[in-house]
Design a protein around this ligand. Structure first.
Ligand code: GRG
Length: 303
């Protein structure tokens, strides 16, 4: 029997997530103390320390450990990934983008601090993420840190998140968006950052090419599954559960995976992707269990 079908049941994912979420939150809070000019630091901390799942930093720490590295080696990169993710949420919520009032269970950054400070707090987090990972990473060869910096830049630039967001904005109001375009949007908007989150941990630990390739495949599959589940939750979840406005896709008649495939087939596709992602890591035995359990979490999550 493939390990992907059973072994992660023995693993206490909820304790694992709780412990790591706490480490990450402490590290993030220490990374950005409030100093002059206080308003911008308060705005950055408001969004950064909101109730996120910390999935990207947790994936980074887990892949570093799978590759034989330590949590300490990967923590600065893990924090940088959460800073970049948070900045993308702040900018995504702006009136010029998705125009949302709620995120992570509370009012969005611009609703509290105004648009100018929200834009600047996103900019501040993005730039600081790179400084933090370069200055704070210890016990890792400089070439590996440089490779992570280059790949993170690639994941957020027009080759990644920015490109995905542009095609998403251009697709607004269109009902004839193809599966290929939808795929482009999500592999860039959501997938690119999840991929670097997984791969960066392994690069920092000095992983070989076969592991990097397996983790890349794993990450691409869970990235797509994550987005399919996100689209499903927008239909089936409540605003209280998700901490953000739900039902927005249907209201805007947005083309999504459930709108193209239906809910049942979307769920089936997400489960199949997660199954394949877990199988890809089977050769690494017990060391792969946390990443396999995290893949399960992506389809089982309710927020
Ligand atoms: C990165 C330079 C730069 C600009 C940003 C706005 C933008 C360009 C891109 C949008 C990216 C975006 C918001 C994608 C959606 C990703 C997604 C599904 C977010 C929800 O992630 P969760 O569920 O959230 O992990 P939590 O709150 O748990 O962290």
């Amino acid at each position: 029997m493939s390990q992907a079908t059973g072994v992660s049941a023995k693993f206490d994912l909820s304790a694992y997530l709780k412990e790591r979420q706490q480490w990450i939150e402490e590290a993030l809070s220490a990374a950005i103390p409030v100093r002059y000019p206080e308003r911008i630091y308060e705005a950055m901390r408001y969004s950064l320390l909101g109730s996120g799942k910390r999935l990207r930093p947790i994936l980074c720490l887990a892949s570093c450990e799978l590759a034989g590295g330590t949590v300490e080696m990967a923590m600065p990169t893990a924090c940088a990934l959460e800073m970049v993710h948070t900045m993308s949420l702040i900018h995504d919520d702006l009136p010029a983008m998705d125009n949302d009032d709620y995120r992570r269970g509370r009012l969005t950054n611009h609703k509290i601090y105004g648009e100018a400070i929200a834009i600047l707090s996103g900019d501040g987090l993005l730039a600081y993420a790179f400084e933090w990972l370069v200055r704070q990473t210890r016990g890792v060869p400089a070439e590996a840190v440089l490779e992570v910096v280059a790949r993170l830049g690639h994941a957020v630039a027009a080759t990644g998140l920015v490109g995905g967001q542009v095609v998403d904005l251009e697709s607004e109001g269109k009902t004839d968006v193809s599966l290929e375009t939808l795929h482009f949007i999500h592999t860039h908007k959501t997938g690119a950052l999840l991929e670097i989150s997984v791969v960066s941990g392994a690069i920092l630990a000095g992983a070989g090419q076969d592991l990097i390739e397996a983790l890349t495949d794993y990450a691409q599959k869970i990235g797509l599954a994550f987005q399919i589940v996100d689209d499903i939750l927008d239909i089936t979840g409540t605003t209280e559960e998700l901490g953000k406005t739900t039902g927005k896709d249907q209201k805007a008649r947005k083309v999504t995976y459930p709108s193209l495939w239906g809910l049942e087939e979307s769920r089936r596709q997400a489960e199949q992707l997660v199954y394949e992602a877990k199988n890809r890591l089977d050769p690494w035995g017990d060391k792969a269990i946390p990443l396999q359990a995290l893949a399960d979490f992506i389809v089982a999550r309710t927020h």
